[in-house]
Structure formats: C-alpha cells, structure tokens
Design a protein around this ligand. Structure first.
Ligand SMILES: CC(C)(COP(=O)(O)OP(=O)(O)OC[C@H]1O[C@@H](n2cnc3c(N)ncnc32)[C@H](O)[C@@H]1OP(=O)(O)O)[C@@H](O)C(=O)NCCC(=O)NCCS
Length: 271
C-alpha cells in the first residue's frame, strides 16, 4: 500500500491484508479483518471487525461492510453499498425470529451494486447480482447467478432459487419461495397477509410460491398463499387470486386462464 504521508487510513493492528491489497484514503479496516490478495478497497470504505474478504475483490468508495461479514473471492461491492446491516424493527415485529443473526455470507463473484443494502443473516450465492438500491433482508437467500433488480426488495426469510431474474421495483414479501429459473417482471407485488395486520400474533403469514421457470408479467399482484405452477405465465397487470396450474397462461383482474404455454416456449428451449 502506498499513500502520500498526509492521507489517512485506519487499519487495526490485528487486521491481515494479503499481497497487493490497495486501500484508498480514509478507509477504515477493523480488528481481525482478513483481506485476500489483490483486493482493492476504495476511498472511505469501512470494513467492520472480523469481516473476511476474499482475494481479488473490489470494494467501492464509501461502501460499508459490517462486522463478521464473509465476502467471497472476486466480488464487486459498488460505491455506497451496505453489507451486514442489522435490522431495526418495530416492537413486536415477527421479523425478530428469536435467534441471533448469523453473519452475512456472500459467495464468489457476487456483485452488489451502488446503494444496495444486504442484511446480516442473509446468504447470497455465487455469481448473483444485487442491483442498485435493492434490499435483501435478514435470513433471505438468493441463489446462484440470480439477479435482484434495481430498487427491488426481498423480505426476511424468503428464498430465491438459482438463475432467477427479479426485475426492477419488485416486492418479494416475507415467506415467499421462488424456485429456479423464475422470471419476475418489473413492479410485481407479492403479499402475505389478507387481514392487513388484524390477526392474532404468531399466526403464520403465507407468501406466494413460484414454481420452477414460471414467468410473471410487469405489475402483476399476487395475493397471499397462492402458488404459480411450473412454466406458468401470468400476464402483465394481472391480479392473481387463485393458484395457477403448471403451464397455464392467466390474464386479467381477477386472473383467468386464457391458454396453455406452448412447448416451444418452455424454459428448456431458452436456457
Ligand atoms: C399476455 C400478453 C403476452 C399478450 O398476450 P396476447 O395473447 O398476445 O394478447 P393480444 O394482444 O392478442 O390480446 C388478446 C386480448 O387480450 C387482451 N389482453 C392482452 N394482454 C392483456 C393483459 N396483460 N391483461 C388483460 N388483457 C390483456 C387484449 O386487450 C385482447 O382483448 P380483446 O380480444 O378483447 O381485444 C401481454 O399482455 C403480456 O402480459 N406480456 C408480458 C409483458 C411483460 O410483463 N414482460 C415483463 C418484462 S418487460
């Protein structure tokens, strides 16, 4: 590391930096942090105690990496992203599931874009992309090579499979399962509580389930607990109030079946 003598960085004595790590001005690196060889840390980035950063990663200016976070090799954390945020919950929130949160774990070659916030307790698998200003809450899982688009939110405890494309401005609520190869268009809203808060504490919330390779058009709204079948197609703007069968094409408000997905459109022909 070479900096002019009047430029300040703060590196705790217990931190271990591998070979050819570069650290920008005003960065702060906490105690017992490990940084792999070749990683570049931008100006003003803050890395909390005990965090582990793999080799050849790039941490952008002003990014915050919380204590204990594990970041795999080759990751890119863009400017102003926040990793390992602790939730701030209202009194009685069901998101406070009791057990302490595990550290945030991020696999190899993940990109977290500018201003995104990924909470402690989440897991982001290899090759995933978390878009600008997106949010991934505690205990959520994002599978390999999946994308969470700009400004989209994946709420606590929801699970997203591999190669899922969640486009811009999508809300994946708590208790949603998204299987592999699902496509979720812009502005899709999922819901999990028919009573909108007027239920006894402890009653489970039921998010929708997206089965493998289904496709959801822009602006669709899914009511609590419904299932979208494998390879099903939900048209733009639909309000889905009933389960959708495998390969059904549904449209409208409320959504009704209009046809079946033809063989030529199945995911196996487009992957
Ligand atoms: C479903 C979709 C593919 C259109 O299907 P289509 O069979 O080609 O529809 P057509 O244009 O032939 O229209 C057939 C009828 O359905 C209606 N219709 C078409 N799309 C509709 C929709 N999303 N919701 C309600 N009605 C719709 C048409 O108005 C037409 O009605 P009419 O017969 O009374 O005139 C399209 O509406 C859609 O949802 N595309 C998905 C786009 C998207 O969200 N992509 C995400 C990434 S950008």
């Amino acid at each position: 590391m070479s900096l002019p003598p009047d430029v300040h960085v703060s590196i705790a004595p217990g931190a271990q930096l591998g070979e050819n790590v570069s650290v920008g001005p005003f960065a702060v690196i906490g105690d017992r942090v490990r940084v792999g060889a070749g990683t570049r840390i931008g100006a003003g980035a803050v890395i909390g105690d005990h965090a582990r950063i793999g080799a050849d990663a790039r941490i952008g200016a002003g990014a915050m990496i919380g204590a204990d976070t594990e970041l795999g090799p080759g990751c890119v954390v863009e400017e102003g992203a926040v990793l390992g945020k602790r939730p701030r919950l209202r009194a009685g929130s069901r998101a406070a599931a009791g057990a302490a949160l595990d550290p945030l774990v991020i696999g190899a070659e993940v990109t977290v874009c500018c201003g995104a916030v990924v909470y402690a307790g989440a897991r982001i698998c290899a090759g995933a992309i978390i878009g600008d200003q997106a949010q991934v809450r505690e205990r959520a899982v994002i599978g390999e090579r999946s994308v969470v688009g700009r400004g989209s939110a994946v709420d606590f405890d929801s699970r997203v499979g591999a190669r899922v494309l969640i486009q811009t401005g999508v809300y994946i609520t708590h208790a949603v399962l998204v299987e592999d190869d699902v496509f979720i268009g812009p502005g899709v809203v999922t819901t999990n509580d028919d009573t909108m808060g007027r239920h006894l504490g402890g009653e489970p919330l039921r998010g929708p389930t997206f089965r493998r390779a289904c496709r959801i058009g822009g602006g669709a709204v899914l009511v609590p607990g419904i299932e979208i079948g494998e390879e099903a197609f939900v048209a733009a703007g639909a309000v889905v109030t009933r389960d959708v069968g495998p390969r059904d094409v549904v449209m409208g408000v409320p959504a009704r079946i209009v046809r079946r997905v033809p063989d030529a459109d199945l995911h196996e022909h487009w992957s």
